[in-house]
Design a protein around this ligand. Structure first.
Ligand code: SME
Length: 160
């Protein structure tokens, strides 16, 4: 199957999942499973959420699929995760070995994408995906992952 067709299919599947999910937590739980299962190069898929009220702010590991990571709490001045949350921008790293910010989760990881989740105009967390393949997150993949993060933000805004 061409990769664009697969991405379109998965985009439809996550959109349907968002419509069917009663809460944002349900959506995140099911979304990490769906993305990990359907996208064969998404070898670790997880959400980090900003801990409410924490000073200094810290990202806490939420729903994830893949091997356990040593990084369950990440301050905003650390890692690719911290960079995405503090800037409010998507961060794509094609070769993690060349990025000094990178915090290793698995020795097999070659590339990574982190997309912030916004609710009511503020970063509340992020969707982090690691791949065993270099440069896995092409612009088409970036658009899919951004769509996923936006669905979760909308569900949070709906207060569920
Ligand atoms: N690589 C991330 C840490 C999280 S693990 O990949 C799951 C980072 O550099 O922030």
């Amino acid at each position: 199957m061409p990769v664009t067709t697969k991405i379109e299919e998965v985009r439809t599947e996550v959109t349907e999942l968002a419509q069917a999910s009663p809460t944002a937590q349900d959506l995140m739980n099911d979304m990490v499973r769906l993305l990990h299962h359907r996208m064969l190069k998404y070898n670790w898929v997880g959400f980090y959420l900003l801990e409410p009220g924490a000073q200094p702010p810290v990202l806490v590991l939420g729903a994830f699929e893949g091997a356990m990571t040593p990084h369950t709490r990440i301050p905003l001045n650390q890692g690719i995760c911290g960079a995405a949350a503090s800037s409010g921008q998507t961060v794509v790293v094609d070769d993690v070995s060349k990025d000094p910010r990178y915090l290793a989760c698995s020795l097999e990881t070659k590339s990574e994408i982190v997309v912030p989740v916004f609710a009511h105009g503020k970063v509340v967390g992020e969707l982090d995906i690691d791949s065993h393949f270099p440069a896995a997150f092409t612009p088409e993949h970036q658009a899919l992952v951004q769509h996923c993060a936006a669905l979760v933000g909308k569900k949070m805004e709906a207060g569920r």
